[in-house]
Design a protein around this ligand. Structure first.
Ligand SMILES: [Zn+2]
Ligand SMILES: [Zn+2]
Length: 183
C-alpha cells in the first residue's frame, strides 16, 4: 500500500552509477525512450511546455526533477500517472474554486515522491481521460497521501472544466464521443 513517508527519500547524494544514468537526461529537451511503453519521445517546439518530462503516449514519467526541469533528482525510477489536478488548488477570496493549467500527478514507483507536470499539447487526450477515470477509483490511502501534500485530484465535479481545458470551449458531441467513449 502506498504511503507518502514509508520509503527513504532519494534526493540525496548520487553515486557514480547514477551519474552514468544521468547522462541520458543531461539536457531537458533531448529525445529519450519512454521507460514504460518504450516509444521514442522527441520534444518539439509546438508541445507548449518547456520541459518534456512525460511520455505523450502512455503519460508515464521518469523521476529526474526535484523542481520542474531542474534534473536534480538522482532517483531515475519510473513515475506512474495517477490522476489530474489544477495548478491552483483551493478557493479564491470570493469562494470560487481556483482553476488553471491541468497538471498530471505522478508518483515515483521507487521513492513515492509526488511530481506535478503540466500537460503538453501533444499528450494523448484519450490517455488523459483514461487517467482521470482511473483516478476516481484510487485507494483512499493514495488520495489521503496526495492531499497531505496539497494535491487534490480532479473529481466528477471537474469533468466540465477538464473537457474545456482539453478539448476547447466549442467541443462537439462527436469529439467527446471519440475521446471519452460511450459512457
Ligand atoms: Zn510511454
Ligand atoms: Zn523516485
Amino acid at each position: 500500500m502506498w504511503s507518502p513517508d514509508s520509503s527513504p527519500k532519494c534526493e540525496t547524494n548520487h553515486t557514480a552509477g547514477k551519474d552514468r544514468k544521468r547522462k541520458r537526461w543531461q539536457a531537458a529537451n533531448t529525445p529519450f525512450r519512454c521507460v514504460h511503453c518504450r516509444q521514442m519521445v522527441f520534444p518539439t517546439d509546438s508541445m507548449g511546455t518547456i520541459h518534456r518530462n512525460h511520455c505523450p503516449n502512455c503519460l508515464w514519467s521518469l523521476h529526474v526533477d526535484t523542481k520542474p526541469g531542474n534534473r536534480a533528482s538522482s532517483c531515475h525510477s519510473s513515475m506512474e500517472p495517477v490522476g489530474l489536478t489544477f495548478k491552483h488548488n483551493g478557493f479564491d477570496k470570493y469562494g470560487r474554486a481556483r482553476t488553471g493549467d491541468i497538471m498530471l500527478v505522478h508518483i515515483c514507483r521507487s521513492c513515492n515522491s509526488i511530481n506535478l507536470n503540466r500537460i503538453a499539447s501533444d499528450d494523448r487526450i484519450e490517455g488523459l481521460f483514461d487517467i482521470f477515470r482511473q483516478s476516481q477509483s484510487l485507494s483512499p490511502d493514495i488520495r489521503k497521501g496526495l492531499e497531505e501534500h496539497g494535491v487534490t485530484l480532479l473529481n466528477g465535479c471537474d469533468i466540465k472544466a477538464l473537457r474545456t481545458a482539453l478539448l476547447g470551449k466549442a467541443h462537439s458531441a462527436s469529439a467527446l464521443m471519440a475521446v471519452e467513449g460511450s459512457q
